[in-house]
Design a protein around this ligand. Sequence first.
Ligand code: R5P
Length: 283
Amino acid sequence: MNIVTGSASYLLGEKIAQLLNEKYIPPVIEKFPDGEIYVRIEGEIEKEVALIQTTYPNDKLIELFLLQDALREKGVERIITVVPYFGYSRQDKIFKEGEAISARAMAKHIELYSDIFIGIDLHAPSILNWFSIPTVHLHATEPIARFLKERDVDVVISPDKGGVERAKLVAEAMNAEFDYLEKVRLSGEEVVIKPKNLDVREKIVGIVDDIISTGGTIARAAEQLRRQGARKIYAVCTHGLFIGKAEENMKKVNDFASTDTIESKYSKITVAEVIARALQEYA
Ligand code: R5P
């Protein structure tokens, strides 16, 4: 097997190739003067390829489609498409009449030239139902748990009920407690957001979410946890978009990190081992 990546996942792809002791082939990716993307894969290539590319922002999605086409053109017979961060995953249903189900549109196009699809901590696992090829859903549980354990976190908190399973898995991997935040109405005007069951007084808390985008969710959660007596607060996510006021919002926590599904200065945790293990199993 060879490992090929698009430009969104260069560092991650290189790490995965090293772990698997497989050849890493970074393609030539350029832009035409009009902004259109050009790709070329040079040299010999094996019949089976793991193509790794995060599909955010939009250009990276086009790169993925072009790379799939180039791989088929070079005679690759089996393409395992690994999408570390699946762009458009949050538009996974119709919120207003007339909208597209964008996540479904992406799934349908990604599978065109793929034999297997591998995703990580998909915002909605139901996205996998739109693929008609075999799919694998991985989780960044282990590396996230390691990061939080190194910081002596006692309690893992999901900022909402929907993410409690993620918090539970991370907490179990590090032998800590877990909970989720819920809104409690104290009076007509007064609402507090607090852990459903646990007391965080004097605790070191790790907030775990799938995505940090503007950081608003984390900032609100951190403010409330601080008010309830948390000693230290860390925030970790799988996919760190860090847009808008994210840097300012993240000042509310003692430290924060994302994985390298989206490569940035904040991706201090790597999912390379998680993906490498899956490739060993499914290649
Ligand atoms: C929401 O459903 C997601 O799990 C995240 O909580 C959300 O995308 C985070 O967005 P932001 O950082 O902008 O609050």
